[in-house]
Design a binder for this molecule. Structure first.
Ligand code: SF4
Ligand code: SF4
Length: 485
C-alpha cells in the first residue's frame, strides 16, 4: 500500500485497451445492443422458424450456447452476462417512464424485499423446464424471452431500486451465485479515499448503485450486476475491477452493504441451497435411470403421471434430502462449536457457502457437456437462418456439432466436479478456522477439522453422487445426436 492508493496487482480498469473500453460511458450499451439483436433473432426464429430444436436458433443459442458461455464467464471473470444483459435496455425506458409518470415509482414492498420471489421462480423454472422439455421447443423458448422482457419492463416501470435484478430475475440469481467463486470483483481501490469522501456519489449520486451496494462497505459479488454505474459515479476514480482469490468471499461473514450478513439471511441460504442441489437434480433429470424411476413411480400411482412423478423427484431431491442433510450437518457442527453457539439456521447459513464451489462445479460440468456436444451446431443453424431470409446461398453444414471428441466429455466434466469439490473442502476448513479464531487450545487444528467434518463428509458424498450422475450416458439435448438417441 502506498498512502491512500494501494496498487492492486490486477485491476482490469487499469489495462490499456480493455480498461479504457470499460470506463467508456457507453461500454455497457455497446455490449447490450448485440445481445438485444440476438434476442430479437431468437424470438423471430423461435416463432416462425423450423420447430426442430437442433435446427432452430432459439433452442440452440439459449440452451446450448448461452448457458455454457455464462458458466465459463463466471469461472474466468465474473458476472459479465448481467453486464451485457439485453433486458436492461427496455428497463431503461421503464425507468424513464417511472421517473416521468410516477415520481420515481414505489419502493419494493417490504414483504418481497428479499430473495423469496426469486427462489419460487427458480424452482418453478427448473420444474417447468423438465416437465415441458423447454430445450426441445423453439416456440416456448421464444415466448420465455418475450415474457422476460415484459416482466422486466413491468417490474422496473413500477418499482425503484433495480427490483427486477435484485429480487426477481432467476438468471441474475444464478449469476450472483456463480460470481461468488469468480476471480474479479468491483471494489474500491483505496479505503482511505472513501473515508475522506464527502459526496458518496457511488450510492447517493444520480448514477449511484441502484442495487444499494455502497462501495466502501460492499463485500464480494452478491447482488452486483457489474453494471459499472458506480465507476462512472465516483468522482475520484476510486473503483476498480479487481482480482481476488476465487472463493475467498465465501470464507468470511462480514456485514455486507445492501445484503447484511450471509448467516442472518435465511432467504439467501435457501437461494444458495436451491442452486446447489438443483445442479444435481437438473443433471440427474437427463440420464437414463431417471426415466426408469419415473416409469416405476407411474406404476405405483396406477398409470403415467408425468407431473406428479417429476414433482415427487423434485420434492425429494430439492426439499426433503437437502433439508435433512443440511440440518444433520449443521446440528453436528453446532455440537462441536465453542460458546456462544449460534442458532442452527445461522450455522447452516454460514457453512452452506462451503458447498457453493461444488454446486458451481456441477453446473459447469453439466452445461459444459451441452456446450461441448453441440457447440458447432450454431454454424449450420445460422447458415440455415440466413438462407431462409435470403442472405446465404451456400450449403448448410448440418454435419457440424460437437466441439470435442465424445471420449473427452467425462474427463472434462469430472475435472470440473473435482475442482469444485476441492474449492468446497478448502472453503469448509476456512469457515471453521475463522469460526474458531481467538481460540488458543493446542489442538486447534484438530478442533477445526472436527467443526468442519460434517461438511467435509457432505462434500465428499455429493462428489460421489455427482460422479455417479455424470458417468451415466446423458441426453445430448438440442443436438442431432440427441434426436437419434
Ligand atoms: S464516491 Fe468514490 S470515493 Fe466516494 S465513497 Fe464512493 S467509491 Fe469511495
Ligand atoms: S453500481 Fe452496484 S451493481 Fe453496478 S457495478 Fe457498481 S456495485 Fe455493482
Amino acid at each position: 500500500m502506498s498512502g491512500s492508493r494501494p496498487v492492486h496487482t490486477l485491476d482490469l480498469l487499469r489495462w490499456p485497451i480493455l480498461g479504457r473500453f470499460l470506463k467508456w460511458r457507453h461500454a455497457r450499451t455497446a455490449l447490450q445492443v448485440p445481445f438485444l439483436l440476438a434476442a430479437a433473432l431468437i424470438v423471430f426464429d423461435g416463432l416462425v422458424g423450423p420447430q426442430l430444436a437442433p435446427k432452430n436458433l432459439a433452442t440452440v443459442s439459449v440452451w446450448l450456447h448461452y448457458r455454457g458461455l455464462v458458466v465459463l464467464a463466471l469461472l474466468v471473470a465474473g458476472n459479465l452476462f448481467c453486464m451485457a444483459c439485453p433486458f436492461m435496455l427496455p428497463r431503461r425506458i421503464a425507468r424513464w417512464l417511472r421517473r416521468r409518470l410516477w415520481r420515481d415509482g414505489r419502493p419494493v414492498p417490504r414483504i418481497v424485499r428479499n430473495k423469496w420471489p426469486a427462489v419460487v421462480l427458480l424452482v418453478l423454472f427448473f420444474f417447468v423446464y423438465e416437465r415441458f422439455s423447454l430445450w426441445a421447443s423453439p416456440w416456448w423458448t421464444a415466448w420465455i424471452v418475450v415474457a422476460y422482457f415484459a416482466v422486466a419492463f413491468a417490474v422496473d416501470a413500477t418499482f425503484r431500486g433495480a427490483a427486477f435484478c435484485k429480487h426477481v430475475c432467476p438468471v441474475g440469481q444464478f449469476n450472483f451465485f456463480g460470481s461468488l467463486i469468480s476471480p474479479l470483483e468491483i471494489k474500491v481501490r483505496a479505503a482511505a479515499r472513501c473515508a475522506a469522501c464527502r459526496t458518496k456519489d457511488c450510492i447517493r449520486g444520480p448514477q449511484g448503485c441502484e442495487l444499494a451496494l455502497f462501495q466502501p462497505a460492499k463485500v464480494g459479488n452478491m447482488d452486483c450486476t457489474f453494471c459499472l454505474d458506480c465507476i462512472h459515479a465516483c468522482p475520484y476514480d476510486n473503483i476498480g475491477l479487481i482480482g481476488r482469490t476465487p472463493t475467498a468471499e465465501l470464507w468470511t461473514d462480514p456485514f455486507r452493504s445492501g445484503i447484511g450478513r450471509f448467516s442472518r439471511r435465511f432467504d439467501l441460504t435457501l437461494l444458495v441451497a436451491v442452486l446447489i442441489f438443483s445442479s444435481f437434480i437438473n443433471a440427474f433429470a437427463m440420464i437414463g435411470p431417471v426415466y426408469a424411476l419415473r416409469e416405476q413411480i407411474g406404476r405405483w400411482l396406477g398409470g403415467p403421471a408425468p407431473t406428479v412423478d417429476l414433482a415427487l423427484i423434485f420434492g425429494i431431491g430439492l426439499v426433503v434430502l437437502p433439508g435433512l442433510l443440511l440440518a444433520a450437518a449443521g446440528w453436528a457442527t453446532r455440537r462441536s462449536l465453542p460458546a456462544p453457539v449460534e442458532p442452527l439456521t445461522a450455522v447452516i447459513g454460514r457453512f452452506i457457502y462451503a458447498l457453493v464451489p461444488l454446486g458451481f462445479g456441477m453446473w459447469l460440468a453439466h452445461y459444459s457437456f451441452h456446450f461441448l456436444t453441440g457447440g458447432l451446431t450454431l454454424v449450420p443453424v445460422v447458415q440455415s437462418f440466413a438462407a431462409d431470409v435470403g442472405l446465404y446461398q451456400g450449403a448448410v453444414e448440418w454435419g457440424l456439432g460437437p466441439l470435442t471428441p465424445g471420449e473427452w466429455l467425462f474427463p472434462i466434466e469430472a475435472l470440473c466436479l473435482y475442482a469444485g469439490a476441492f474449492g468446497s473442502l478448502v472453503a469448509a476448513m476456512q469457515i471453521a478456522h475463522r469460526r474458531l479464531a481467538g481460540e488458543t487450545t493446542p489442538d486447534l487444528a484438530w478442533r477445526t477439522v472436527r467443526v468442519a467434518a460434517p461438511w467435509l463428509i457432505l462434500i465428499l458424498a455429493l462428489l460421489i453422487v455427482g460422479l455417479a450422475i455424470l458417468v451415466q450416458p446423458m441426453e445430448m439435448r438440442g443436438t442431432f445426436q440427441g434426436l437419434s438417441g
